[in-house]
Design a protein around this ligand. Structure first.
Ligand SMILES: NC(=O)c1ccc[n+]([C@@H]2O[C@H](COP(=O)([O-])OP(=O)(O)OC[C@H]3O[C@@H](n4cnc5c(N)ncnc54)[C@H](OP(=O)(O)O)[C@@H]3O)[C@@H](O)[C@H]2O)c1
Length: 337
């Protein structure tokens, strides 16, 4: 059995990691670390795990060696923490934004602070198996992309070479994307029914999408009343004449063999294009497209806590440790919901 330990285990992403890892046939959860609540039962914080585990949170000082160390800790805190704990795991998978960008100046521009471990930037494999499978399989350090970045990258990657370089992305995200400690702005009273444009320009994930696709990306982000789910609507212009058949062929060439990317682009029905609602709890990312003359609209959807975070981390864990890539990630989502 592979021994996995989770840092930031009281958070939303930490809870989702525990849910997936406790149901994973090849993994044992060695430690679930909390700085605030060591000694407290895990199911007191994550009630969905009642009768699933008797585990209690451990203290950071008691972190022991393990096969895989997974960090679900906030950005800024992670770049301070990771250099001090990374030797504990044979492999380290980070879900924060702190090691996603390869360049300290890009980090400072998007995160409004200097990086405190710049020597580690560029040493992580991006935790996006669809684009970097071979790198993930041999990396000791893996950095999972941001949730909107993953959805947009997967929606746009098949279009490389087919569209002009400038792309606009409209991202919509549920409230769990802000974490369990998001504060007053994320209360039910403030969030319910709201469509809050929280990043009218220069959303942090645009740098990641640009790095993964080679496109020039402009990204806005809006908080929706949903709890989970990300949808990105990407606006691109065809570089030359293209038919819908050719567009579909490009998506098929990219994803026909991918276990977690589905092409959803139908002419009829209630579920013609990607909608995160039917993906909740699943590790799928649905991608779709529409063509109107030279105008291409590419759409991506996923559950921010699963394919946008914990599920992607488990997919990377499987690859890195030689397990079947889909192990422990079989939940298909619910319909109706
Ligand atoms: N939410 C999403 O949809 C999503 C998706 C992809 C990536 N991410 C990224 O994943 C990370 C976790 O996100 P989240 O939504 O789960 O946040 P969260 O709910 O706020 O949880 C973060 C956890 O980190 C722990 N923590 C805080 N400061 C710490 C420190 N200095 N040292 C060690 N642990 C500390 C906290 O637990 P204790 O106080 O108990 O230690 C807290 O439970 C963030 O970097 C986020 O950007 C989130």
């Amino acid at each position: 059995m592979i021994r996995a330990s989770v840092l930031g285990a009281t958070g939303y992403l930490g809870g989702e990691l525990l849910r997936l890892l406790l149901g994973h046939p090849g993994v044992t959860v060695a430690q679930a670390i909390s700085t605030r609540l060591p000694g407290r039962r895990v199911d007191a914080v994550h009630p969905n795990l009642r009768a699933v585990t008797d585990l209690s949170f451990g203290a950071l000082d008691d972190l022991a060696d393990c096969d895989v160390l997974l960090l679900a800790t906030p950005h800024r805190a992670t770049m301070e923490l990771l250099p001090t704990v990374m030797a504990r795991g044979r492999a380290v998978i980070d879900m924060s934004g702190d090691f996603r960008l390869a360049d300290a100046s890009a980090y400072a521009a998007y995160y409004d602070t200097e990086h405190t471990a710049p020597n580690l930037l560029g040493t992580f494999a991006p935790g996006l198996p669809e684009l970097y499978r071979d790198d993930v399989a041999k990396a000791d350090l893996i950095s999972v992309p941001g949730c909107s970045a993953a959805a947009a990258t997967l929606a746009l990657a098949p279009l490389r070479g087919l569209v002009r370089p400038e792309v606009q992305i409209d991202a919509r995200t549920g409230s769990s994307g802000s974490g369990a400690s998001a504060g007053d702005a994320n209360t039910h009273a403030e969030r319910s029914g709201a469509l809050r444009v929280f990043a009218p320009a220069r959303h942090r994930h645009e740098a990641e999408v640009a790095a993964h696709t080679g496109l020039t990306v402009r990204m806005t982000a809006t908080g929706t009343p949903a709890v989970r789910g990300v949808q990105v609507v990407c606006h691109a212009t065809a570089a030359g004449e293209i038919t819908e058949r050719e567009l579909r062929a490009a998506y098929r060439a990219a994803y026909a063999d991918e276990p977690f990317v589905r092409i959803v682009a139908h002419r009829r029905g209630a579920h013609r294009l990607p909608d995160p609602r039917i993906l909740l709890g699943s590790n799928f990312c649905d991608v779709g497209f529409a063509l109107d003359g030279d105008r291409i609209t590419a759409i991506g959807a996923l559950d921010n806590l699963v394919k946008g975070g914990a599920g992607a981390a488990v997919q990377c864990l499987n690859l890195r440790l030689g397990l079947p890539e889909s192990l422990g990630l079989g939940f298909p989502g619910l319909h109706p919901l």
